[in-house]
Ligand binder design. Structure first.
Ligand SMILES: [Zn+2]
Length: 304
């Protein structure tokens, strides 16, 4: 009997410590966002993120499976171009991806998911051409066979998309027109005009059928917006449901481009509502999901 009481008291204390009903007074907007970002990264890359390191000087690192540490916030103030060129995890997670369908082109410098932290991609998908190519598998994309990275469920996610959209496209011309002929997936190359590797080089992006209004460098914003508004919303939703971001939701639009970025989609899914100061940072997370609950608890323990 005594043991049962200890157990119940223990559980009560555990829940109180790790799941405070209110955010503590020191949870500033910055801390709330940081915890939400770390949560999304841990959930999105569960095999690759091993933990968080919180140092006395308040620096925070994501600790990867290899032992590599990736800094959350370098505390440098950067303009738009500098964020693209030298992003930290905070910069990468900053723009909240909208999961609702768009009714206009995004603002010019609003590009959720266009910032990429390369040490993270290298850790997950391979840090050389050879290593990436060893992880590529074939996915059937409506008659064409494309290479995609099998790590972190990326190829599995593309396969799920294709299994849903290919049968749908048989009776839906609007979807077939966006889908065929697709322009490819894996391609070890840099992003044009930069020295940064393209997400295609990691085998985590697919370009669908090309229209001359699909890229911000090819078309005016007016033309880009027209194409955007005519694009199949259902197709976009199926990709997003499977953790792909759509380049059509970037101010620097890339409408034929879909990229597997589970951390960006997860943040849009869990944390799109405005956070009120009295709410815990993890409001929006379903604590009934054991994995999610476990990560919330881990983060609370690190920053208690
Ligand atoms: Zn692309």
């Amino acid at each position: 009997m005594k043991r049962i009481i200890y157990c119940i008291v223990g559980m009560f204390l555990f829940v109180r410590i790790n799941f405070p009903t209110k955010a503590s007074a020191k949870d500033t907007d910055y801390e709330v966002t940081m915890k939400q970002d770390l949560f999304c990264l841990m959930m999105a890359y569960p095999e690759y993120v091993k933990g968080i390191q919180y140092n006395e000087d308040k620096t925070v690192y994501l600790v990867m499976k290899s032992g590599r540490k990736i800094l959350y916030d370098d505390r440098k103030s950067k303009n738009f171009e500098e964020k693209l060129a030298y992003p930290d995890l905070q910069d990468m997670m900053e723009d909240l991806y909208p999961l609702s369908s768009v009714t206009k082109l995004m603002d010019k410098n609003f590009d959720p998911g266009r910032c990429r932290v390369y040490p993270l991609l290298e850790e997950v998908y391979g840090n050389s051409k050879g290593q990436i190519e060893r992880s590529l598998v074939i996915v059937n994309c409506g008659g064409k066979r494309y290479q995609f990275n099998s790590n972190n469920n990326a190829a599995e996610a593309l396969k799920n998309v294709m299994e849903e959209v290919i049968p749908l496209s048989a009776s839906r011309g609007d979807i077939a027109n966006c889908l065929y002929p697709a322009n490819g997936t894996y391609n070890y190359r840099v992003i044009s005009g930069t020295n940064r590797l393209s997400p295609h080089a990691f085998g985590i992006a697919i370009d669908l059928a090309r229209d001359k209004r699909d890229y911000w460098k090819w078309a005016s914003r007016e033309e880009g917006e027209k194409r955007l508004l005519s694009y199949s919303k259902e197709l976009v939703e199926i990709f997003e449901k499977n953790n792909f971001v759509w380049g059509g939701k970037w101010g620097h639009f890339d409408t034929l481009h879909f990229e597997y970025r589970p951390e960006i989609i997860l943040k849009g899914r869990c944390f799109s509502n405005k956070h009120e100061i009295e709410e815990p940072w993890y409001k929006g997370v379903s604590l009934e999901d054991d994995t999610a609950r476990n990560y919330v608890e881990k983060i609370n323990q690190v920053f208690k």
